[in-house]
Design a protein around this ligand. Sequence first.
Ligand SMILES: NC(=O)c1ccc[n+]([C@@H]2O[C@H](COP(=O)([O-])OP(=O)(O)OC[C@H]3O[C@@H](n4cnc5c(N)ncnc54)[C@H](O)[C@@H]3O)[C@@H](O)[C@H]2O)c1
Length: 238
Amino acid sequence: MADRLKGKIAVVTGAGNGIGKGCAAMFRAQGAHVIGIDLNGSSDVACDLTDEVATQVAFEQIGAEHGKIDVLVNAAAFAVFEWLEAMSYEQWKTTLTGELDIVFLATRAAWPYMQASGSASIINFASANARHALEGSAALAHCAGKGGVLAMTRQLAMEGAPHGIRANTISPGFILTEATRRHMDAEPALKEKVLAKNMLKRLGEPKDVAWCATWLASDEARYVTGADFAVDAGATAW
Ligand SMILES: NC(=O)c1ccc[n+]([C@@H]2O[C@H](COP(=O)([O-])OP(=O)(O)OC[C@H]3O[C@@H](n4cnc5c(N)ncnc54)[C@H](O)[C@@H]3O)[C@@H](O)[C@H]2O)c1
């Protein structure tokens, strides 16, 4: 079946790479009209989503053209991985901007057009790091950011419900993307640590996450809001 998202207007942030790119491709294959947003020209709309004014303008343009937004996937993010002793305050703030502000600004800008949809779905990305600490991973600020995404999405679900807006998180485990491949190349022991935690002894791919996002975006998930979905090979289940 290739029409699970037929007729839906979907905005995917971070669509230039990794999980966002995988979601955008699968949503298109399922019949959605997808508008990808990323920093550079690798997407339909170029925008720095930590720039409040630019983000507002980008969504107003999308809203003016399409009249509504049915699906918002907040996949754009950036983080600094560093141990507590070595992390500067600037790196800490950069990570919270890149994981929390970026979701807040896009969601606030999309909100009136999601209200106009009457049946909208927000998909945010928390992380296995919001649920557990992975030995060997310098993820302090990232854990704080993703714990924040998890909590704010429940609040969004409550605020969105009267407007027909659902909001859920996906918490991926380790997913192979260009960025995570670089982490792994720099620290070969990381792969063994990840696989030791994974019940299923393989690494994830963007499409493993995109299948979950497709379901959450579709009307099949119409009774699902305020929930979190681990797509992590069982890493956080033990
Ligand atoms: N890959 C993983 O293993 C993994 C695991 C858990 C959670 N996640 C989360 O899933 C989401 C997607 O992760 P990914 O691995 O695909 O990331 P990625 O780094 O591969 O891609 C993120 C995209 O966001 C874009 N972006 C960054 N800053 C931006 C800005 N200011 N404005 C606009 N675009 C910007 C980047 O250009 C990039 O294309 C993130 O929230 C990430 O934290 C990923």
